[in-house]
Write a protein that binds this ligand. Sequence first.
Ligand SMILES: Nc1nc2c(ncn2[C@@H]2O[C@H](COP(=O)(O)OP(=O)(O)OP(=O)(O)O)[C@@H](O)[C@H]2O)c(=O)[nH]1
Ligand SMILES: [Mg+2]
Length: 423
Amino acid sequence: MPSPTFSPRSPRSKKSPRFNKKTKSNKTPKSPKSPKRIRKWDDQITAEEAEALDFSKKDEMDRSVSAEHLVDREAMGQRTKDGMYDVDEMQEESEESDEFDEESEKQPTGKVYNFFKNITGQKVITEEDLEPVLINMKEHLINKNVAADIAAHLCNSVSKGLVGKKAGGWKGVSSAVKAEMEKALRSILTPRTSTDVLRDIFAAKKKGRPYSIVFVGVNGVGKSTNLSKVCFWLLQNKLRVLIAACDTFRSGAVEQLRVHARNLRALEENAEVDLFERGYGKDSAAIAKDAINYASLNNYDVVLIDTAGRMQDNEPLMRALAKLVTVNDPDKIIFVGEALVGNEAVDQLTKFNQSLKDFSGRQNPRQIDGIILTKFDTIDDKVGAALSMTYITGQPILFVGTGQTYTDLRKMNVKSIVQALLK
Ligand SMILES: Nc1nc2c(ncn2[C@@H]2O[C@H](COP(=O)(O)OP(=O)(O)OP(=O)(O)O)[C@@H](O)[C@H]2O)c(=O)[nH]1
Ligand SMILES: [Mg+2]
């Protein structure tokens, strides 16, 4: 069972000598835009719930919190020309010999290139020449957790790119392999939907309504942690965020989010993030609805809805999730999956989509709109799940989780995936 608190892997301050620790003690309390009053949702609201929703005392408590160890200020994203804060792309490993300089004696590193060693010379490459090579390549990709049909698709793309061409030197062949892989992967990893969530959020803000995002997935994959990282990113963009604690199931889930909200407020001078919670055991669909209404009435820009982890085969819990989605029709449904489980994540994703369809009771059921792939920092080069998930849903990997701090959120980088697959 994951701990209800946010525990960093290691203190970042050791890693970053230029780390500039802010003193929170002299931070002035924020003055909210409008005084927040306790709303009554229905006649059943308890005194504890009312107290939990009374944000008026939060600034006092936040002044004593230091959460600087939960961000790496040197790993912050970039500001765009129009001032938006965007997270960085995943880093590629620097690999000098990957440049394929024909003049250079250096050989391209990457096991896959070795398979093509005999495909050189003046002759035109045929399918027969490639057959044994592609068998090896497919096996290599499957070992990196790429699903068999996607591995076959990638091999086909490479084959199409090479057949009928003169082989020439080995480096020429290698760079052709790399280019074909990159082309095929780019079309898988950059699917139809725009990943520009921020633009959509600002469009909703303009219309004066809060943008809602619900985070779904199986137990312990990192939904709440990555929700908080997304929140950090939104706060950098000066958006007002309400976190809705709709995991009313796992004990500690609400407190975990409370800690995150407090940390996130402590990290930025004027961060506006609040927790909407109504305790445990209640209907999460109704809490999400109340949260969205509350956000609407109180001028929040974004509602981040945390949900309980659930196994994809647990019908009652999947029905409850479908209800939450049907009742609230959120702007985005984000599936959170662990990179390290490989193709199991594909089964999860497929069944989440199926349940949303089967249990929605709607003519046009909602489906997952995007993916966050977590724990990328723990998988070495087994990047196959990333491919499979987008391949199957046609939906983008919005972010990759690369650690346990608020700045460990990245955008997918096709080149680094190609690099990991070919090595
Ligand atoms: N290394 C690493 N750990 C992560 C990442 N994302 C989350 N974690 C850790 O994974 C554990 C579970 O995270 P949670 O956010 O509680 O997962 P959850 O999906 O909300 O869990 P439930 O609510 O119990 O279903 C925590 O210890 C997190 O710190 C990541 O990108 N990298
Ligand atoms: Mg959680």
